[in-house]
Structures are given as structure tokens and as C-alpha cells.
Design a protein around this ligand. Structure first.
Ligand SMILES: [Zn+2]
Length: 257
């Protein structure tokens, strides 16, 4: 929340200056409205862009020194699709991070165990993944995080370290709900747009053209083309000499990078 507080303080200072300084009468109101509009635009940008780290310290990119890539999957588990994903990952010796929805995870405990057995990391992606999640109060957000962690920890046997907010939206309520949980927030550096209606080839091109040491790639288990995308990017990642690691391995300290 440091960035949010700093910008709020700067905007409050600007508003005070406009009110207190002898600004010509006809300029005062337009200037005031401009500053307020700028502040609102910054709030919207900060809430919608997780990599802005406006409200919450977020891990979006690993060290540029190490030839490591982190592949992350949101919105699972997804039945047989998850099994196929695990199978492909195994073939290319890729360890990934799965951000799971609690309500789906509790119906698929066996898939969770298979993910853990193969060395993948389980992450919290809320219990409901409701469209209203960003509007929930802190207590309700806390309850969702706890309920999901209980389900995931039954399979992983270790504390869940990372949370990824639904839709990548962050705000003071989510920051408040996370407070005291000990969890860290995971964002991404490459958004694949794999759930849109773009052809798999285009998504693959986008990912590979942006890939660099420390990249965190956002994919979705429920993307229509996920298997095709994986079968194209994993050999390329392997050939380029990258190691596919979990977020735990990518971010060994809580630096909020
Ligand atoms: Zn999601």
C-alpha cells in the first residue's frame, strides 16, 4: 500500500496548493477537476494492473541473472485437462505453479495430489472466483483465503505461500484481507491472452517473443488451446536453455520483485 499512500499524499498536497495559492479564479476549478481525474485514473490503473504494485507488493518477475522461467496456470483444476497438462509438463521436465479455485479444488483432491507428487506448486486463487471478489469486505476475503488454503494444504502438506487475486485485480480491501495471512501475491510478467479467441499460434508467438530470464508466464487451465500452446512453448523453452521452475524456486526470498 506504500505507493497508494504516497500518491494519495501527493494528490492531497496538490489539491491543498490549488485551494490555498492565489490561482486565478477561472483556473482554480478546472485545475482541481484535472487533479481529481488524474487521481481516479491512477486508482483504476493501479487496481487493474497487478504489476503496478500500487496496492500490494507483488512478485511479477524473477532475477534476470538466472536462466529460469516460471509457468503459472490459473482457474483450475480442470478435470481431465489438468491430467493432460501434468502429463505434458512431465515430458518436458517442467515444474509449474497452479493457482487453484477452492470450490473446484475440493471436488478434485486426487488431481491436487498428482500435481504435488510431480513437484508442482499449489497456489490460492480464492474459493469462489466470484466477479464480486474485489468488492468483498476484508473478513470475507480472509475467509475465502483460509478455506482455500485448508483444501490445498490437505494435498500439499505444507503452507500455501502464494495468492493470485481473481482477474489480477488488487485494491485496499484485498490488501487488508491478506494482512496477517503470511501469504505473498504472485502476478506475472507475460500475459498470454490464452483465453481470448486468438489462434494458438498467435499466443505462442506472443509468449516466445517476450520471454527472457525471470519471466513469469500467465496461462489458464481452461483455455481452449492450452495443450497445443504447451506442446509448442515447452520444447522452445527447453531448446533455449531455460529451466522451468515453480514460483517458490523463482522467488526464494520475500522481495516482492
Ligand atoms: Zn482467474
Amino acid at each position: 500500500m506504500r505507493l497508494f499512500y504516497t500518491i494519495t499524499a501527493i494528490i492531497a498536497g496538490l489539491i491543498l496548493l490549488i485551494i490555498l495559492l492565489p490561482v486565478p479564479g477561472s483556473l482554480g476549478l478546472p485545475l482541481l477537476l484535472l487533479v481529481i481525474a488524474l487521481y481516479l485514473a491512477l486508482l483504476v490503473y493501479g487496481a487493474s494492473r497487478i504489476d503496478s504494485k500500487f496496492f500490494i507488493r507483488t512478485h511479477c518477475r524473477g532475477s534476470a541473472e538466472d536462466r529460469k522461467i516460471a509457468i503459472t496456470f490459473d482457474d483450475g483444476p480442470h478435470g481431465e485437462r489438468s491430467e493432460e497438462i501434468i502429463h505434458i509438463l512431465r515430458k518436458y521436465e517442467c515444474k509449474a505453479s497452479f493457482f487453484l479455485i477452492g470450490s473446484l479444488a475440493e471436488k478434485n483432491p486426487e488431481i491436487l495430489k498428482k500435481m504435488v507428487k510431480d513437484g508442482h506448486l499449489l497456489g490460492n486463487h480464492s474459493y469462489s472466483h466470484s466477479n464480486f471478489f474485489p468488492l468483498y469486505n476484508r473478513a470475507r476475503i480472509r475467509r475465502e483465503l483460509k478455506k482455500t488454503n485448508d483444501i490445498l494444504e490437505a494435498a500439499s502438506s505444507e503452507p500455501i505461500r502464494f495468492f493470485r487475486p481473481p482477474f489480477g485485480v488488487s485494491n485496499p480491501r484485498i490488501a487488508g484481507g491478506l494482512k496477517g495471512s503470511g501469504m505473498e501475491v504472485a502476478g506475472w510478467s507475460i500475459r498470454s491472452f490464452d483465453t481470448g479467441n486468438q489462434a494458438a499460434e498467435k499466443v505462442v508467438k506472443r509468449i516466445l517473443s517476450k520471454m527472457e530470464p525471470g519471466s513469469v508466464i500467465l496461462l489458464h487451465e481452461n483455455s481452449e488451446h492450452i495443450l497445443e500452446i504447451l506442446l509448442k512453448i515447452l520444447p522452445a523453452i527447453h531448446e533455449a536453455g531455460y529451466q522451468c521452475v515453480t514460483l517458490d524456486q523463482m522467488f526464494q526470498s520475500n522481495a516482492g520483485s
